[in-house]
Design a protein around this ligand. Structure first.
Ligand SMILES: Cc1cc2nc3c(=O)[nH]c(=O)nc-3n(C[C@H](O)[C@H](O)[C@H](O)COP(=O)(O)O)c2cc1C
Length: 367
């Protein structure tokens, strides 16, 4: 009898760390803070969540901004801490700091296209100076090894469209000690334009697979880019052969996307959409965490800028004429609010059926 093919939808292991699922929350600078990571985790399906990019200098000097960004908690586990930079010794010191402050995994940013980072040879600029990227990976992996904390690298396909550096750099990083590679299926020149290149990711999966087979081990490649619906995560795995999926912007509007994607993968069914009251409760919980971990100023700043993202999933109920009722007045009320109490009040009024109207828009952008 022929045994059935193993399911491609299985929990991911990164080195010695076994995750509950194969879905990861991406770093999104300015968005994926502790409060947001916790609300995604509470919905279910998150195998690993990552901090936004952290400066090793900032961590080692103990600057308030870096410490806020690196903040984690017992509930925020397993957690990846992502470092950026170009000095192998400094990055290794940063990796040690991360372990001593609760990192389950340490990730190196090799994908950020922002000038401020690339001008100092960090982020995706490392794709142009591969020897430096490898030295960083080796130095960090050496520091992490004794703690059993795996090193991961997150990269783009390459800097230029016609130079798929990830194909040969990923195997070199694995030889240097990386235990997983995440690939965002775009190049640096593309930034966030166009659509994710599944073929490009598939080629990296194949290159890493061939390399590891020869070496007699197996290192997962995690696919990333444009996963906005549960079905997109399944497609990412089917089209690329990747072992896990990292989700960024999709989670900003849909913190329950991990739960839905994992359920669809493992049971074939998507749970019912949260009710309006449940969606609002998630936003309130997010505010509660921001007030607990940070302060009112931060909570108001994030609430005002994030309501557009949450709004993508609000007001979808249909009116008498079969059109979505919209939530424009809610967004306006939240943007004009001066205090958390005013935001809570607007959210309550929305649940009560007020502050509806306007088109469902796609205005939210994170870049
Ligand atoms: C505003 C913004 C900030 C980001 N910050 C980071 C970051 O700090 N570290 C990182 O590795 N990637 C960062 N990314 C890239 C995302 O992690 C992810 O690779 C990219 O958005 C594609 O995935 P998505 O389509 O699921 O969002 C950022 C993306 C955006 C839009």
């Amino acid at each position: 009898m022929v045994s059935p093919a193993p399911s491609p939808f299985t929990p991911l292991s990164i080195g010695p760390v076994r995750l509950a699922t194969n879905l990861l929350l991406a770093p999104i600078a300015g968005y994926c803070d502790l409060a947001f990571r916790l609300i995604c985790r509470e919905q279910g399906g998150v195998g690993l969540a990552c901090t936004d990019l952290l400066s090793p200098q900032g961590l080692l000097r103990g600057t308030a901004t870096s410490l806020d960004l690196a903040r984690t908690s017992d509930e925020d586990k397993p957690v990846g801490m992502q470092l950026y930079g170009s000095d192998p010794a400094l990055m290794a010191e940063g990796a040690l700091w991360a372990v001593q402050h609760g990192a389950t995994v340490v990730d190196i940013n090799m994908g950020c296209p922002v000038d401020k980072v690339t001008k100092k040879d960090g982020g995706s600029r490392l794709l142009c100076i591969p020897d430096c990227a490898v030295q960083i990976a080796r130095a960090c992996a050496r520091v992490l090894e004794p703690f059993g904390v795996p090193l991961t690298c997150k990269m783009r396909l390459g800097w230029f469209d016609d130079q798929p550096v990830a194909l040969w750099l990923a195997p070199r990083l694995i030889d240097a000690g990386a235990k997983a590679i995440t690939v965002h299926g775009r190049t640096t020149v593309q930034k966030f334009s166009g659509v994710v290149n599944h073929d490009g990711i598939a080629r990296v999966v194949e290159a890493v697979g061939n390399h590891c087979k020869a070496a007699g081990h197996s290192i997962p490649v995690i696919g990333n880019g444009d996963v906005r619906e549960p079905q997109d995560a399944i497609e990412m795995i089917r089209k690329t052969g990747c072992a896990g999926v990292m989700i960024g912007r999709g989670a900003l509007s849909t913190p329950w996307l991990f739960r839905d994607a994992w359920s669809l993968m493992t049971t074939g069914a998507k749970p019912p959409e949260p009710t309006v009251a449940e969606k609002i409760a998630i936003i309130k919980r997010y505010m509660h965490y921001m007030l607990a971990f940070r302060d009112e100023h931060y909570c108001m700043y994030q609430s005002r800028r994030r309501i557009s993202w949450f709004g993508k999933r609000l007001g979808k109920e249909l009116d008498d004429r079969g059109r979505p009722v919209g939530c424009k007045p809610l967004k306006e009320a939240v943007r004009k609010a001066q205090t958390p109490a005013e935001v809570y009040d607007a959210l309550d009024r929305f649940v009560a059926g007020e502050l509806r109207g306007g088109e469902i828009d796609q205005e939210a952008t994170a870049y």
